[in-house]
Design a protein around this ligand. Structure first.
Ligand code: NAP
Length: 468
């Protein structure tokens, strides 16, 4: 554990295993209640130092972090692949993105400012002068999932430090090793003791202690909708930002470039074995091009390499745990039982599921209406663009949606009508870069990440009024 700048052992430990071959990777301490209390005390003390730290110093620490990650890119990528099972080419891409995330934070930390208020607009304050400024809010509790063990941690730690807060991080129990590496890097980058503390243990104990603590100003959570709901219910008055799941969709219009849509849909549906919050799960294809798209798509899916995630040409490897693969297999069987058709894949070997494409699905099947979080995508035919929009919106979730079209009117119509956090034209909902506002509506969450936008959530405005 990282507490007040020191690495602390534990009384008890848990093993971290490689999901691909089950091999033992390392053991990590289980934080006790006292460890968590110490982490809170350490973050409290560090907050005063962080809140006073000039922007250029915060920026230098974040920029140093970015540079050190860059210099250890290969090592961190391999660590991500070992503990999460992510294919190495996508682990490398995640590390590349984290380099940018910290660099964006270094830049944003110098841009945090308020504005003056035209006080003479009111007859009651003609002779007053006022401005406001954002201030850091305190200790941020960061609770993160397994599927992006570096970049989703970066999306909480980087804006928190950029805006002068301190952090207690509890990473997913499947993937704590990347967080330890990041802790080492940030200490080397010059972060003061206590500004980042890292504790380990199950969400329902260690996570709960953080969520229920009166000393934390905010919980920034990324993970499943059910845990997000529970956190919101228990967090009391503190701020809560929730980045949750979805059953993301794309619409493919008859004028779309199918040669562009096909590879993008493959990446969107299958990268990281579909274990991405904006994984493409529903593809609505116009009836005029349905058969052509289906043929091209299936042909390309059949060529995908699945298996050992350390091999450079592997598209995806195992799911995080066999029980998750068994769950997804159950959903496939249930859909088939209710009339759906498997166009390819649908087989499971341990925690690996072959790339699965289904059609003839119905809106109430789990593979359509729930977050499948597995390498599975559904193809659904439509006639009318407005109907396709309604079908995309027919979901309890909404993070992003994609539309493949060359028609600018349809693009704007989609932007206006789709109830999601972001509309991506001529690409899949899975597209993300790290400075754009990112987050969900409905059961997909509250709040926005993307450095500038997370900083907004992690600061509070304070006003000063001069009576002149
Ligand atoms: P998860 O099971 O909800 O776990 C996420 C984190 O929450 C882990 O650190 C977990 O700890 C912790 N946790 C579990 N129960 C808790 C509790 N009662 N109180 C506090 N913390 C608790 O999610 P996951 O399986 O790791 O990740 C998959 C989910 O994350 C999917 O639904 C996916 O869509 C979503 N996700 C969303 C985004 C986004 O940006 N919107 C990005 C990535 C993933 P343990 O590991 O110890 O259980």
């Amino acid at each position: 554990m990282l507490i007040n700048g020191e690495w602390r052992a534990g009384k008890e430990y848990f093993d971290v295993k490689n999901p691909y071959d089950g091999s033992f990777l390392d053991r990590v301490p289980l934080s006790s209640k006292k460890d968590v209390e110490d982490a809170i005390l350490s973050a409290k003390n560090a907050f005063s130092a962080m809140a006073e730290m000039p922007a250029h110093r915060r920026s230098t620490i974040l920029s140093n972090t970015s540079k050190i990650i860059e210099s250890t890119k290969r090592e961190i990528s391999e660590l991500i692949t070992k503990e999460s099972g992510k294919a190495i080419k996508y682990s490398l891409a995640e590390v590349e993105r984290s380099i940018q995330t910290f660099q964006f934070a270094a830049e944003e930390s110098k841009q945090i400012h308020g504005e003056t208020i035209p006080m003479d607009a009111s007859p009651n304050s003609e002779k007053r002068f006022a401005f406001y400024q954002p201030f850091p809010i305190g200790i941020i509790g960061a609770i993160t999932p397994f599927n992006f063990p570096l970049n989703l941690v970066a999306h909480k730690v980087a804006p928190a430090i950029a805006s002068g807060n301190s952090v207690i991080l509890k990473p997913a129990s499947y993937t704590p090793l990347t967080s330890i590496k990041l802790g080492e890097i940030m200490m080397e980058a010059g972060l003061p003791n206590g500004a980042l503390n890292i504790v380990f243990g199950s969400g329902s104990t260690v996570g709960d202690w953080l969520v229920e603590s009166q000393d934390l100003a905010m919980i920034s959570f990324t993970g499943s909708p059910s845990v997000g709901r529970r956190i919101k219910e228990r967090a009391g008055m503190k701020r809560v930002a929730l980045e949750l799941g979805s059953n993301s969709a794309a619409i493919i219009e008859p004028d779309a470039d199918i040669n562009l849509a096909t590879p993008r849909c493959i990446m969107g549906a299958f990268s990281n074995a579909g274990q991405v919050c904006i994984s493409l799960q529903r593809i609505y294809v116009h009836e005029k091009i349905f058969d052509e798209f289906k043929e091209k798509f299936i042909k390309a899916v059949r060529k995908m390499k699945v298996g050992n995630p350390m091999k450079p040409d592997t598209e995806y490897g195992p799911m995080i745990e066999e029980k998750e693969a068994v769950r997804a297999e159950g959903w496939i069987k249930e859909a088939v039982h209710k009339g759906a058709k498997i166009l390819c894949g649908g087989e499971r070997k341990g925690n690996i599921i072959t790339p699965t494409v289904m059609t003839d699905v119905k809106r109430d099947m789990k593979v359509v209406c729930n977050e499948v979080f597995a390498p599975l995508v559904t193809l659904i035919k439509y006639k009318d663009f407005e109907d396709a929009i309604d079908m995309v919106n027919d979901s309890i979730y909404g993070i992003q949606a994609g539309i493949f079209t060359k028609d600018i009117d349809k693009a704007f119509r989609g932007f206006k009508k789709l109830h999601v956090g972001g509309v991506i034209i001529n690409d899949v909902p899975t597209f993300r870069v790290d400075h754009m506002p990112y987050g969900g509506v409905k059961e997909s969450g509250t709040g926005r990440e993307g450095i500038k936008f997370a900083i907004k959530e992690m600061t509070e405005l304070k006003l000063i009024v001069f009576n002149l």
